[in-house]
Design a protein around this ligand. Sequence first.
Ligand code: MG
Length: 277
Amino acid sequence: MKRILIAVVLIQVGSVLFSQEIPQIDWAALQKTKPWEATEVWEPVPAKVTPGVYTSPPSDAIVLFDGKNLEQWVTPEVDYGARMDVVEAILKKRMNGYSKAPAKWVVKDGECIVNPGSGAIETKTGFGDMQLHIEWLCPTDPGKEGQAYSNSGIFFMGLYELQVLNSYENSTYSNGQAGAMYKQSIPMVNASRPSGEWQSYDVVFTAPHFKRDGSLESPAYVTAFHNGVLIQNHAELKGPCVFIGKPYYVAHPDKMPLLLQDHGDKVRYRNIWVRPL
Ligand code: MG
């Protein structure tokens, strides 16, 4: 008798433990307590934004260049540094005040073209975290190669360069090709279009933050799409992007201008807009 009882209990326990049955929710009964409401989050309500047509600016963007003029830009007395000691000196100058002249790049047919020798241009407004959309074109220039073939660059905060270069069948060091965070992060793929064709970058830039004593609190990060293809996925930067030597962080303000590089080539830009984050 006892053995039969144990066997029955074991069978019942087993049927509960190994049951494949899917629980049935009694919706009618739950209407009284509505337990699903406990996991609904209603605040904050995301602000409504009318998306742009294709890549035209969305309603809440700051348009930096709409094809008409360079009113949002200036030529800074100091631009970017090729080595960290130069970067440090430039930062000091930037924080103590520096002169700015009107931007001297050429505006023509809705495009803004690098005016070789006139220097970098930077925004009048400072930015920290941002979403950036920018379109660029590397002119076809037979005979040029490597870093000398349609080089420019987008410097977030005037310090952190997303490389602009003709990297369509034009080899150079991987961490210096189009889509690289210059000398720091190689793009995941080469999504370049041929020279002479318009290309786009869509970027989420996270600014670094510094403690009161000037030490680093959190580094800069970059997520970027080149012609719609992910090329940088939350890439961490080690400091400003420099040509010579290893980078390191130097404390700077939370917001600084976006800068476009004059590397001596007539690279063309259009449709530039940002959404500060
Ligand atoms: Mg460059």
